[in-house]
Design a protein around this ligand. Structure first.
Ligand code: ZN
Length: 322
């Protein structure tokens, strides 16, 4: 008889201020409901399906965080800079940490801060959250997913055991996971190169990656449709991947469109042989071979006009470059 597979599912919610406008998040610091209502609504949905949520909490939102029995982790946005989406502008950077920690520049990505500054931000944030919630924080997500090797060293020193920011196969100016296959599974990194396996005390939990569109996050549904995320889940599940991570930001859970989408996603996933776990409960790692070629037929049913347009544009670009 074929062995039944049991896939661990982690849902990691970046818990911060903000609201949704035209299906996009405006991270406005006066929008407390992004935390109060966002956490409440996600907790209700998770409880409906027996799912577990890891709330990666920004220190600045602590006093707005409602009662929840789910996991409390740490989310760090360094610096202080103004950003805008359309007509809406907002500041990125944790106001609590800006007051508490010395930062040599206002960059909102950890890669632009020294090891000493990163350690101070992580340690100060962790101590504050531990004290406020009466917990021992062990899970972490970096603001804007920005990580370098000094970040891993700082996390180890601060006693963080589970890092949830990695985006396998992707690279920008402020993070690099390009050495990993898209379906990368949890692993203990080498201290010399965090993209390679080693024997550090920390476990890296990659965010699951859809074909072409990156993170499994309900926030991409307005672009690609909900079926694309389901297809990605089926790709991981039927290729016997033992771990799947969904990420999201708490403000989307104040919006009926996204609440409905998250409801559908959890309803679909919960019918399979899966175990919902807090990030800090994930312990199976370094055991599985990642297939280079996976079954991608699930995506065929999920293709829509937008995806066809994107695909044809990228093919045209490739053709022009040649
Ligand atoms: Zn964030």
């Amino acid at each position: 008889m074929q062995e039944l597979m049991n896939m661990d599912i982690a849902i990691v919610c970046h818990t911060e201020f903000g609201f949704v406008k035209n299906k996009k998040i405006i991270f406005n610091k006066s929008a407390n409901k992004g935390v109060t209502n966002g956490v409440e609504n996600l907790t209700k949905l998770a409880d409906k399906y027996g799912a577990k949520i890891t709330f990666a909490v920004c220190p600045e939102v602590v006093q707005y965080f409602p009662e929840s029995k789910h996991e409390i982790g740490l989310h760090i946005h360094p610096g202080c800079k103004e950003f805008s989406i359309g007509e809406n502008s907002f500041f990125v950077g944790d106001s609590f940490l800006w007051k508490q920690c010395t930062q040599s520049n206002n960059s909102t990505v950890l890669v632009n801060h020294s090891f000493k500054e990163q350690l101070s931000l992580i340690k100060t944030g962790k101590d504050y959250i531990n004290e406020s919630f009466g917990v021992e924080v062990s899970s972490f997500v970096s603001g804007r997913w920005s990580i370098i090797k000094e970040t891993i060293k700082a996390l180890l020193k601060a006693g963080i055991t589970h890092e949830c920011s990695s985006q396998p196969s992707h690279k920008t100016s402020y993070y690099d996971w390009s050495q990993q296959p898209r379906l990368q599974q949890p692993y203990r990194p080498s201290i010399v190169n965090y993209q390679e396996k080693g024997n550090s005390k920390i476990i890296i939990l990659p965010i699951s990656q859809t074909l072409l569109y990156g993170n499994v996050n309900p926030e991409i549904i307005p672009l690609v449709g909900s079926k694309w995320l389901l297809a990605c889940f089926l790709e991981y599940y039927h290729n016997k991947m033992p771990f799947f991570q969904i990420c999201l930001h708490s403000p989307i859970m104040t919006d009926s469109f996204f609440i409905n989408q998250m409801d559908k996603l959890l309803n679909f996933i919960s019918k399979f042989n899966v175990s919902f776990k807090f990030a800090s409960e994930i312990d199976q790692c370094d055991k599985h071979q990642i297939p280079l070629n996976t079954k991608k037929l699930y995506y065929i049913n999920a293709i829509n006009q937008k995806i066809i347009k994107d695909l044809s544009q990228s093919l045209i670009k490739k053709f022009i470059r040649k």
